[in-house]
Design a protein around this ligand. Structure first.
Ligand code: ADE
Ligand code: ZN
Length: 333
């Protein structure tokens, strides 16, 4: 494995991870049992065998079903703590995690239950491992604008615990323009904004995320390469793309890792970062994603360091803390 020791040792920030996508089958079984909820699998092996996706929708169907066993504050706490433990192992020192409130509120789970469980885990992770974190609330784009407005309304009481809003779920047929007014309100209320765009959807959706939603980062964005003018815009504005290599492979956005464009994008000056997306479903956490591209694309030490630096530059932490981590990476021998 190329540069394994460097990958392990580099401090990293994760900017694109869905907390519901970190749900390991073992924990899913344990929580299902204690909540007396039936799941359609008899063993962990059977669950993993079901993780054979051919596109985004085939994954989302299983991902939403898995989240159904989360009921109590403690469930959300346990879910997030299990993820933080992986962060500690991978030397991820800062994380900005997505959560999908509508996946839970639509099942009758209170918004408050979700947010209390997650924020308690964030506090404990900082105490235990020194890992800092922010929460990003995503709207499910297959649902209506009206439902997104209702969710934003609920989030206003938790403004100090949610740094940004995002947009996820089925991309095709649900362009960013559908949520232009919701995002305008979110920005007015002081939230930063991000959106999934250009994962399965066309470059046009990335333009919309920039021009209509006025995003601070684009999640995925790998299809931007199909539009040279868009690429120039991303480079000029130093717009971060939160790229998720193993996700792209598992969801057939790329046929094999050697064809992934993250190195080409980096070499052209696009501000790309490496992330795990839904690590329990896609076969790996942060370091696994780094290892996969380092091997397949023959990345140099300098490129790996640049990717780690980019992760802090693109993060929503203070400039002072950013500089602390960036200097650590730059001074690496
Ligand atoms: N929700 C969880 N993972 C996602 C992804 N990769 N794209 C869109 N929505 C998601
Ligand atoms: Zn995602």
């Amino acid at each position: 494995m190329r540069h394994l020791e460097l990958i392990k040792a580099l401090p990293k920030a994760e900017l694109h991870v869905h907390i519901e996508g970190t749900f390991e089958p073992e924990l899913m079984f344990a929580i299902a049992q204690r909540n007396a909820i039936e799941i359609p699998y008899t063993s962990v092996e059977e669950v993993r065998q079901a993780y054979n996706f051919h596109n985004l929708q085939s994954f989302l169907d299983i991902y939403y079903a898995g989240a159904n066993v989360l009921i109590h504050e403690q469930d959300f706490y346990d879910l997030a703590m299990a993820y933080f433990e992986k962060c500690a192992e991978d030397h991820v020192v800062h994380t900005e995690m997505f959560f999908d409130p509508q996946t839970h509120t639509d099942r009758g789970i209170a918004f408050d239950v979700v947010i209390q469980g997650l924020t308690r885990a964030c506090r404990d992770a900082e105490q235990k491992w020194g890992i800092t974190s922010h929460l990003i609330m995503c709207f499910l784009r297959h649902l209506s604008e009206e439902a997104a407005f209702e969710t934003l309304e609920q989030a206003l009481a938790y403004k100090d615990q949610i740094i940004a809003v995002g947009l996820d779920s089925s991309e095709m047929g649900h362009p960013p323009s559908k949520f232009e007014r919701v995002f305008a309100k979110a920005r007015d209320e002081g939230f930063l904004v991000v959106a999934h765009a250009g994962e399965e959807g066309p470059a046009e959706y990335v333009w919309e995320a920039l021009d209509l939603l006025k995003v601070n980062r684009v999640d995925h964005g790998v299809r931007s390469e199909e539009d040279p003018q868009l690429l120039q815009r991303l480079i000029q504005e130093k717009m971060p793309l939160t790229v998720c290599p193993l996700s792209n492979l598992k969801l057939c956005v790329v046929d094999d890792m050697q064809q992934h464009n993250i190195r080409r994008l980096l070499q052209q000056g696009v501000h790309v970062t490496v992330n795990s997306d839904d690590p329990s479903y896609f076969g790996g956490y942060m370091n696994d994603n780094f290892i996969a591209i380092a091997d397949a694309l023959d990345l140099t030490e300098q490129e790996l360091k640049q990717l780690a630096i980019n992760s802090f530059e693109a993060s929503f932490i203070s400039d002072q803390t950013k500089q602390k981590w960036i200097q650590k990476i730059q001074n690496w021998v």
